[in-house]
Design a protein around this ligand. Structure first.
Ligand SMILES: Nc1ncnc2c1ncn2[C@@H]1O[C@H](COP(=O)(O)OP(=O)(O)OP(=O)(O)O)[C@@H](O)[C@H]1O
Ligand SMILES: [Mg+2]
Length: 403
């Protein structure tokens, strides 16, 4: 706030006093608004930029200065320092004005030097009040952010426990189904020539249908099992208790994750690494961060599938107390429609064999649990080709301790 341009309301029904006060107060660098009645004075507070200081004549038509002052003070959301102008000089009158909410008073005829000093006191008070309010607001949003982080951490640990239980329960039946599907496939390989012979020797349309259906049924059981296993694997990674976080060079995580994805990348993607040297080590669970990076690299490889000029650029650098990793591809980017959902669990645009739609939502949880952020935007690479660019920012010293 520019204190020199603080807005002062002067409310007095006497045009001569209005003129004199306006000239004086403006000459001290204040912005002045004039009101001729109590109602007009109140109207000045209905604007988007209400006055912060008010000099109110006690005796005014409609509403007197004390009543205006009471109404101004009723609004707790705005602060205005009120000085009452009065010809009354009994101590009881002064006490009444101050008890009614006025912050100060000045006797008529107004001594210009005194008014200037009293306005300065008001200005100091308003400045302190605004600073205090700002401080209060910041404290409130900090407390809210902290509360949200705690709720989030609690949710994560509940989901983690739940996932661990579900994974345990699902793993065994999946084992039988998968084992039995393999046995079925094996038996069918023995039975198939016999059934075929029978069908060709006039065994009827049923046998022909069985010949067609059985391989499809076995295939759909196998791919269903694969999909459930993939989801279980993801949930297991998520439910897994965190390893100790330790000072880690994120460049090592990037290199390791790239090695893990080598198969998906090597045929159609040219990988560019711009990894800053001498990066500060950040407090990380390296396996979790590698899990996040593997998902980003596989997503990028999928997006560039079918292109001959696929290019994946991975950069690391340090910024404002965080290490930053960017992962950029040239796979065409993410449309607005998909952009709105990609962080949702089970949202995928891939075929059921390829994607579970859990990668980004788990990644977001992991990064936020580290006190960091993960964002995405579409951008163009050095060759002017559009793609998605994910940016992960991880605090070097974790702000929120793991719960
Ligand atoms: N680099 C990218 N370019 C284009 N679209 C992307 C990119 N990364 C993610 N997406 C979109 O976001 C969706 C969600 O990604 P996410 O990693 O959460 O799940 P998924 O890759 O489909 O499955 P999985 O659980 O196996 O990772 C993807 O299906 C895809 O539509
Ligand atoms: Mg993915």
């Amino acid at each position: 706030m520019d204190c020199l341009r603080m807005k002062v309301l002067i409310a007095d029904d006497d045009p001569t006093i209005q003129l004199i006060l306006k000239a004086q107060v403006s000459s001290w660098g204040y912005e002045v608004v004039i009101a001729k009645t109590g109602q007009q004075a109140l109207a000045a507070f209905e604007t988007i930029d209400p006055p912060k200081l008010a000099v109110l004549d006690w005796m005014m038509p409609e509403l007197d200065g004390v009543q205006v002052c009471q109404k101004i003070k009723e609004n707790e959301k705005q602060f205005c320092y009120v000085i009452l102008l009065t010809s009354k000089d009994k101590d009881t009158d002064v006490a009444y004005a101050l008890d009614s909410g006025a912050d100060d008073y000045i006797r008529k005829p107004v001594n210009s030097r005194e008014l200037k000093s009293r306005l300065s006191v008001g200005e100091r008070t308003v400045t302190y009040e605004l600073k205090l309010k700002d401080f209060g607001n910041r404290m409130e949003s900090l407390a809210m952010a902290r509360a949200q982080q705690l709720v989030h951490a609690d949710r994560l640990s509940t989901v983690g426990r739940l996932a661990a239980g579900v994974v345990h329960e699902i793993n065994n039946p999946i084992g039988y189904i998968s084992g039995n599907a393999q046995i079925l496939d094996m038996y069918w390989k023995i039975l198939e020539p016999i059934v075929r012979r029978e069908a060709e020797n006039g065994g009827g349309p049923k046998l022909a249908a069985i010949l067609k259906d059985v391989p499809e049924i076995v295939e759909s059981i196998t791919s269903g099992v694969e999909r459930v296993s993939k989801i279980v694997k993801r949930m297991k990674q998520f439910a897994r208790k965190e390893h100790d976080r330790e000072p880690t060079d994120v460049n090592d995580c990037v290199r390791h994750a790239l090695e893990l994805c080598n198969n998906q990348l090597k045929y159609h993607v040219f990988v560019i690494k711009e990894l800053a040297e001498g990066l500060s080590r950040a407090e990380l669970d390296s396996q979790q961060i590698e899990q996040v990076l593997v998902n980003l690299f596989v997503n990028a490889a999928d997006a560039m599938d079918g292109r001959k000029d696929g290019e994946l650029t991975v950069r690391t650098f340090e910024k404002d107390g965080s290490v930053v990793i960017t992962v950029q591809d040239n796979g065409g980017g993410i449309s607005d429609e998909h952009m709105a959902h990609i962080w949702d669990s089970f949202y995928t645009t891939k075929s059921t064999e390829k994607g579970t739609g859990l990668g980004l939502s788990i990644s977001q949880d992991i990064i936020e649990d580290h006190g960091g952020t993960i964002e995405v935007k579409n951008s163009v690479n050095s060759k002017n080709a559009t793609g998605a660019c994910f940016t992960i920012s991880l605090p070097i010293k974790a702000a929120v301790p793991a719960v």
